[in-house]
Design a protein around this ligand. Structure first.
Ligand code: SF4
Length: 585
């Protein structure tokens, strides 16, 4: 097996240091490619403005480079001062001064210039938030069920989520040395692949990850049984807590092998929903978690990164093999207990908390927190957080919870003052997700966030036409097949296929437990509208009043739905050909 280039970069990086410090000190506006690979484990992606690429090239100028920075925020929970620090940092360093809530309950800044990178990271760390391990081949941000109700059962997850996050944080001192001017504990140089001149790498004490870390990223989610607001089935590893008669957390159901990423036309890649391996007692949490991550570390594909997630190991070796490995490594028996059914309770709107204060779940389109002329959303949130010293929880559906509002009416007035009115958010809008895609994501084939409002309004109109608005499906869109906005567990999804087209997926479910499948490939905007119109028409005609779209698609069968939609695609093509012919006559 020939290991991938990134495996070598990690091994020779001396605990993720590489050449980052040197390149940070030079006056270029970009990092070298190998350094960019390492920067990811520090929570940083180098990107460029793809909108301006052509024009820059025409002028003979370099691309417009900048950095995306992502936080590691376990469970998406922030204090008021931490949120306000992010808000202030965005004002000073992000290109459009916006913040973005990610689908993993974190915050992202876009468009940070290289010369301001170190200062930005330092200011985030000043409020005890790190960016280390928010990206890269390590355990990423651990997500957690949202809790606007301050439900004491959900609150019990807090300490376990932090424990998991800390347990899997890389031990290297590189992050502190490079970004926070901490004393360097390593002084090696690599010459022709040999470590010379200094201490051994053991100074970093990276005993679990080793010097090549994981083969790919690893995602963990934690919830309570029955509540799937974090889309647990889309994670590499998930935990659903159970409780004893006194409502004390006593154990977890373990889920393994979920993952959204795939690559168009590469059959060895596919999205997968996690399998439940069984139940275990709470005392074994770290042992079980470590066993699962270690299986990814030891068996994950280190030659082909597109095939390097834990889901492929499980798909190829089988679920019984996986269960045996986890039980043996963790010395824990996984019990076959009945799993309660799932729901995804909405956290949006007002919730009275047990202490008499209020929580408000505020919907954010594609997670973007930004001021526009008529709707100053970012200012409104900052004003509320400052006024009431609010705690925050970021949501896996890219929304935000404001916790601890003393005076609901006064808070509503503040929102009104800044032009934030929630009445026009439809059921479709509430659960829709989109990734960033263009112009900053280097992998995007098509648009995501920027066209979400247009597609929401088109789909809302179609649902209304067929009287289906109350049963609005879970809709998600991404700029490429990587699936950052979890399209493959949605009821319908558009996945970027080329500059002009998307693949239409369908058949996931509202509870996030089922996998969608490709319905029609390569649709342009008109073809999407025609296909969805046909799909909604069939759904209305052939379902009872309560059947959801995803359930309908799976009941009819993917093949039958495909046949009907391909028919619609052909109709649209014929229309276009006729119009062209008429024009030429
Ligand atoms: S899904 Fe693709 S286009 Fe969207 S953010 Fe992820 S990698 Fe970029």
């Amino acid at each position: 097996m020939k290991e991938s280039k990134i495996e070598i970069i990690k091994r020779e990086s001396l605990g993720l240091r590489g050449n980052i410090a040197n390149e940070l000190a030079n006056d270029r506006d970009q990092f070298d490619s190998a350094t960019c690979d390492l920067l990811k484990t520090h929570g940083i992606y180098q990107q460029d403005d793809r909108d301006s690429r052509q024009e820059k090239a025409r002028q003979g100028k370099n691309r417009e480079f900048s950095l995306m920075i992502r936080g590691r925020i376990p469970g998406g929970r922030l204090s008021a001062s931490q949120y306000l620090a992010w808000d202030a940092v965005a004002n000073r360093f992000a290109k459009d001064q916006s913040l973005r809530v990610t689908t993993r309950q974190s915050l992202q800044l876009h468009g940070v210039l290289k010369r301001e990178l170190k200062q930005t990271i330092a200011e985030i760390n000043a409020v005890l938030i790190t960016t280390q391990g928010a990206c890269g081949d390590v355990v990423r941000n651990v997500t957690q069920a949202e809790n606007p109700w301050q439900d004491p059962r959900i609150s019990q997850l807090d300490r376990f989520v932090v424990a998991l996050s800390n347990h899997f944080l890389a031990k290297t001192n590189a992050y502190h040395e490079i970004w926070l001017n901490k004393k360097q504990v390593l002084n090696e140089q690599v010459v022709n692949g040999q470590v010379v001149n200094g201490q051994t790498k053991d100074a970093d004490n990276e005993t679990f990850y080793g010097d090549t870390y994981l083969p790919r990223k690893f995602k963990i989610a934690m919830t309570v049984v029955g509540n799937n607001s974090v889309d647990i089935y889309s994670n590499d590893m998930g935990f659903a807590a159970t409780f004893d008669d006194g409502n004390q957390l006593d154990g977890f159901f373990l889920f393994v092998g979920g993952g959204m990423g795939m690559t168009h036309n590469k059959v060895e890649t596919f999205p997968r929903v996690a399998d439940c391996l069984g139940w275990f007692s709470v005392t074994n949490l770290i042992a079980v978690a470590e066993a699962v991550v270690a299986i990814h570390r030891d068996f994950g594909d280190r030659a082909n990164r597109k095939h390097a997630r834990l889901k492929y190991v499980i798909a190829e070796k089988g679920i019984d093999w996986m269960r045996g490995q986890v039980e043996a490594r963790s010395q824990t028996q996984l019990l076959d207990l009945p799993l309660p059914t799932w729901k995804s309770p909405s956290v949006l709107g007002w919730h009275l908390m047990p202490d008499g204060y209020w929580a408000y779940g505020l919907h954010l389109t594609a997670g973007r927190i930004i001021d526009c002329q008529s709707r100053r959303l970012k200012s409104a949130i900052a004003a509320l957080v400052a006024e009431y010293t609010l705690d925050i929880q970021l949501c896996a559906d890219q929304n935000i919870l404001l916790l601890g509002i003393r005076d609901k009416a006064a808070a509503q007035s503040i929102l009104e003052y800044f032009g934030v009115r929630e009445s026009q958010i439809t059921a479709l809008d509430q659960r829709a997700l989109a990734c960033v895609a263009l112009p900053t994501c280097g992998l995007a084939l098509n648009e995501g966030e920027r066209v979400l409002p247009k597609y929401l309004s088109l789909i809302n109109a179609q649902l209304e036409k067929y009287g289906l608005s109350a049963r609005a499906p879970v809709f998600r869109m991404t700029g490429c097949a990587n699936g950052c906005a979890r399209p493959y567990t949605a009821e319908i999804a558009l996945v970027g296929r080329s500059k002009q087209t998307y693949s239409l997926f369908g058949g996931g479910c509202a509870e996030g437990t089922k996998l969608a499948a490709l319905l029609v490939d390569n649709l342009d905007e008109n073809q999407i509208i025609t296909a969805l119109d046909k799909l909604f028409y069939c759904w209305r005609q052939q379902s009872n009043e309560s059947e959801r779209l995803g359930d309908f698609i799976r009941r009819l069968g993917f093949e039958q739905i495909r046949a009907q939609l391909i028919d619609a695609q052909q109709t649209e093509k014929n229309k276009k050909t006729k119009t062209r012919r008429r024009r030429n006559e």
